[in-house]
Design a protein around this ligand. Structure first.
Ligand SMILES: [Zn+2]
Length: 260
């Protein structure tokens, strides 16, 4: 939903990778998963200081994947996030396991913008896909997502929790609920007791400050666990279940966003 870019905005993949190839886990990942498909699945890389997270990916208007980074990667956490975005691209372009949200109901655009809906759609995609991506990186390449969950996600979210109430806006509240559900699914793969103690303490803080988001988020989490979400087919079924149960502006979510 961002404007298209000229080729000048892009940096060569090697410029990105040479910063983080020194991390063994990343090197193992990159050589096995990315190098063999580098020419058949091109990625355009872009440094964008106003990028929402450290890294995001999308399919560009020309069908070529784009990964944007806020700055050149430096740390092992950055390397983990670059690997994370590459796995998203592989799931979409190679495995074809990607929930494609193709259209937005016009009536929702009376209250929200196209960008809001793009953000909403990508949050749904992340809720289903991020736990799978992180589990893959942890199991197969020994990455440590808990390090980032604690040092970045919990820290950043705690800052937002200083506003001690649920969002009044329905979309914002549902986004918060999806964040909670996604995060709970991601934590399910973590076994380290010390890390888990921090997660459980965070859950209690979250429940105090965001009772509605926590309640809906827990429902979404349970729906995902019961339904499963590790294939595109299961994700479609889950999307329809969620979309049938929850509304925004009185419209069922399955009638707001349409999947392919
Ligand atoms: Zn992701």
């Amino acid at each position: 939903m961002t404007g298209e870019n000229t080729d000048n905005d892009y940096v060569d993949e090697d410029v990105i990778i040479e910063k983080i190839i020194k991390f063994d886990k990343f090197e193992n990942f990159y050589c096995a998963e990315r190098e063999p498909i580098k020419t058949i699945v091109p990625i355009k890389w872009k440094i964008n200081p106003s990028c929402k997270g450290f890294a995001v990916q999308r399919s560009g208007a020309d069908g070529i994947s784009v990964i944007e980074l806020r700055h050149l990667p430096e740390t092992s956490d950055d390397a983990f996030l670059v690997a994370h975005e590459i796995v998203h691209v592989i799931r979409r372009e190679v495995d074809k396991q990607y929930l494609n949200i193709t259209k937005v109901n016009d009536s929702i655009l009376k209250k929200y913008t196209v960008d809001d809906m793009g953000d909403f759609a990508s949050r749904i995609g992340s809720m289903f896909d991020d736990p799978i991506v992180d589990l893959f990186l942890m199991d197969k390449y020994g990455f440590d997502p808990a390090h980032r969950y604690i040092n970045v996600v919990i820290k950043e979210t705690d800052k937002n929790l200083k506003t001690p109430r649920d969002a009044t806006d329905e979309l914002q509240r549902f986004n918060q609920a999806m964040f909670y559900a996604q995060y709970a699914l991601q934590w399910d793969s973590i076994k380290d007791p010390e890390a888990l103690r921090k997660w459980h303490a965070f859950k209690r803080r979250y429940e105090r400050k965001r009772p509605m988001a926590k309640k809906i988020g827990s429902e979404l989490y349970l729906m995902a666990k019961e339904n499963g979400y590790d294939s595109q087919e299961k994700q479609k079924v889950l999307f329809n279940k969620i979309g049938d149960k929850y509304t925004i502006c009185g419209i069922k979510i399955k009638d707001i966003l349409y999947i392919e």
